[in-house]
Design a protein around this ligand. Structure first.
Ligand SMILES: C[S@@+](CC[C@H](N)C(=O)[O-])C[C@H]1O[C@@H](n2cnc3c(N)ncnc32)[C@H](O)[C@@H]1O
Length: 274
């Protein structure tokens, strides 16, 4: 899908997009091999990779587990509507494509605060009436809950898949990520699923190194302990097997390969509201 959009360059940048500071969405896109990024994003990622050569595993493992989790939810549960918060730029496979492949009636609402996501997302979704993307800050969940775009597709009387993939770690502790998850927990019915992937500290000094670089350049990025990550989930949720594990080890479809030291620094967990 990434092949269908022209490569971004400073010359054809969408007005309003900041080319002087790396953006999370664009740097992540570059780490995944995408084209929707600028020199400033590439410089950051190249720097990280030169210092920490195995670190792209975090992005690659994260995107792969997201796709597996969506497939798993659609194949094994009645959930047919998803709210993807901090959805990122379109990638090789996206949540709506996976969900609609296994259940064509699936509805997906993508939300991101980066204007580039909106621009590229709209191009991708132009002819998909069961999918929408809009720009909002997930720290203001009421605006997302009340948005006509959300309400047009999501029926909050029916189970919802709340997707928090590689996003809660971009919230600082004083931004109360747990309260944010609780907001959605309180508004979805029983049978709703919460998928969370998150940077893990894993008792590994590499996580401190990564956190320092990411904090310095982007200003946000927390490698939390497993206890802290699970502490972000509301008490009423039931964590499903295998629990919070390195993303590559979360229900792998192929025979699980040995997880790399870098791969241990991103975890994934799926939970259900009973
Ligand atoms: C690392 S990317 C993850 C993308 C996708 N969820 C995935 O897992 O592949 C994090 C995304 O969250 C977005 N983001 C960061 N802070 C946000 C906020 N406060 N509100 C909405 N989106 C945010 C970024 O723009 C970026 O696209």
């Amino acid at each position: 899908m990434a092949d269908e959009v022209p490569q971004d360059s400073e010359e054809n940048a969408i007005p309003g997009i900041d080319l002087s500071t790396p953006s999370i969405a664009r740097a992540y896109d570059y780490m995944l091999g995408g084209k929707d990024n600028f020199a400033v994003d590439r410089a950051l990622v190249d720097h990280i990779v030169s210092e920490m050569p195995g670190s792209p595993a975090l992005a690659i493992d994260n995107r792969a587990v997201l796709i597996r989790a969506i497939r798993e939810i659609v194949e094994t549960t009645p959930v047919r509507q998803f709210l993807d918060l901090g959805s990122g730029l379109p990638s090789a496979e996206n949540v709506h494509q996976v969900a609609q492949r296994y259940a064509s009636e699936s509805k997906v609402v993508y939300v991101d605060n980066d204007p580039i996501v909106l621009a590229h997302g709209r191009a991708l979704l132009a002819e998909n009436e069961n999918t929408v993307v809009f720009q909002a800050d997930l720290r203001e969940p009421k605006s997302i809950y009340d948005s006509p775009d959300t309400r047009a597709l999501i029926d909050f009387e029916k189970p919802v898949g709340i997707i928090l993939s590689a996003i809660l770690h971009h919230l600082n502790d004083d931004e109360n990520p747990a309260e944010l998850v609780q907001f959605w927990y309180d508004r979805v019915p029983s049978g709703s699923y919460f998928f969370v992937s998150h940077f893990r500290s894993a008792d590994d000094p590499r996580s401190i190194q990564l956190q320092e670089v990411v904090q310095q350049s982007i200003g946000r990025g927390r490698w939390r302990t497993d206890e802290e990550i699970l502490g972000l989930l509301p008490e009423g949720l039931t964590v499903l097997p295998p629990g919070l594990v390195p993303a590559s080890q979360w229900r792998p479809t192929d025979e699980a390969e040995e997880v790399t030291p870098w791969g241990r620094l991103i975890g994934a967990v799926l939970a259900v509201k009973p």
